[in-house]
Design a protein around this ligand. Structure first.
Ligand SMILES: *Cc1c(COP(=O)(O)O)cnc(C)c1O
Length: 381
């Protein structure tokens, strides 16, 4: 039987090139900690930026919604799965985002892979940031249209590509980018993007996965109150739960309900998840102090790392890459951190280009100063 030879070859290649990954079981502990291999470690990898994954009001509302509506939504939204809690949560979300329409998706991945192809056709041109998330790249691939990649966060380059392609006969143009980038922790200039989109009559799609809950007015992201056509966000990161949303006009919402396969052909999220989203949306505007603590933690860590001589790249947020360059020193640092009881991710090629290996740190408002100082001691050695 040779039909699975390709699997043997690929797994072997990965083992030889130290790219073979395994699932690591973890048990959550109170505070920003997890138990890994029977050992308590401080967690510097999770996206639980506000510590909401353990908030009692999210857990309580999950139980409440589950008791009221059952454990499953029983069907897709267009059949009979559109329980009244979906509409209530979408209204709450639209209000806090300052838009007409909000639509819940089962995940951010599912939103990106289906919303982008729904808004593009084969004759469209999509302009995409070089460091966009894999789900955006998959969505663009599924759109099967012309794709132009602009250099990471280089809006001059985006502008020149838009100008060069103005007369290329495309049916429409779409610009897709993120407001906070997941690898470098840097931010895009939303005002300049909206001006570029307007000047070139392009549909602007911004992914707020790492900004939702953390940045912008009331923590509702950098696109809140701005002229962005389609915002994508997740409830799986700072909002401490699961699921995703689109914020847009009423017209685009109506179109997506009718034409977006990733919304139409899937069972609606379970009521318990809707309960956690509902509770998180109530909490987020009140979490000003937690956001302040998070940003102070991030500034403190970046400053101290740079005093120690480390390069934290263009980061201005709670995501802080420590750029170490070669793979060997990155892996050595990852081992030192592990020995010190610190759980952090080593990022290496092919996720980043060769020579750009790094330790990626993600901060939470739940981190204490002593936890961050212990992290800095390892980098200091
Ligand atoms: C995490 C992430 C997603 C996927 O969201 P999920 O809800 O986890 O599926 C999409 N886009 C970006 C930029 C992300 O970081």
């Amino acid at each position: 039987m040779r039909k699975f030879d390709f699997i043997d070859r690929e797994l072997k290649r990965r083992r030889i090139e130290h790219q073979h990954r395994r699932l690591q079981g973890v048990t959550p502990l109170p505070g920003a900690r997890v138990e890994v291999n029977g050992r308590a470690m401080v967690d510097f990898c999770s996206n639980d930026y506000l510590g909401l994954s353990k908030h009692p009001s999210l857990q309580a509302r999950a139980i409440q919604f589950s008791e009221k509506y059952g454990s499953g939504s029983t069907a897709s939204r267009l059949i009979c799965g559109s329980l009244d809690c979906f509409e209530a949560v979408e209204r709450k979300l639209a209000e806090s985002k300052g838009v007409e329409g909000a639509l819940i998706f089962n995940s951010g991945f599912q939103a990106n892979v289906s919303v982008i192809p729904a808004l593009a056709d084969r004759k469209s041109t999509i302009f995409s940031d070089a460091l966009n998330h894999n789900s955006i790249i998959q969505g663009i691939t599924l759109a099967r249209c012309t794709k132009k990649i602009f250099r990471h966060n280089d809006l001059d380059h985006l502008q020149s590509l838009l100008e060069k392609n103005a007369e290329n006969g495309a049916s429409r143009s779409l610009i897709v980018t993120e407001s906070v980038f997941s690898m470098d922790g840097d931010q895009t200039d939303i005002d300049r993007l909206t001006a570029l989109a307007e000047a070139h009559d392009a549909i602007l799609i911004v992914d707020e996965a790492h900004a939702t809950g953390v940045l912008g007015e009331n923590g509702m992201g950098l696109t809140a109150g701005k002229n962005v056509d389609v915002t994508v966000g997740t409830f799986g990161k700072a909002l401490g739960s699961f699921g995703a949303y689109i914020a847009c006009s009423g017209k685009i919402k109506d179109y997506l309900v009718n034409c977006c396969s990733g919304f139409i052909y899937t069972t609606a999220l379970p009521p318990a998840v809707l309960g956690t989203i509902d509770a998180a949306l109530d909490l987020v505007p009140q979490l000003t102090d937690a956001r302040k603590r998070l940003h102070e933690n991030a500034t403190f860590l970046r400053d101290r790392l740079s005093k120690l001589g480390y390069d934290t790249g263009p980061s201005t947020t709670q995501i802080i890459p420590v750029l170490l360059g070669d793979e060997a020193s990155t892996l050595a640092m990852a081992r030192k951190l592990e020995e010190a009881g610190i759980f952090a991710t080593a990022i290496r090629p092919p996720t980043v280009p060769p020579g750009e290996s790094r330790i990626r740190l993600a901060l939470s408002a739940a981190h204490t100063r002593p936890q961050i100082e212990a992290l800095l001691r390892v980098f200091g050695e």
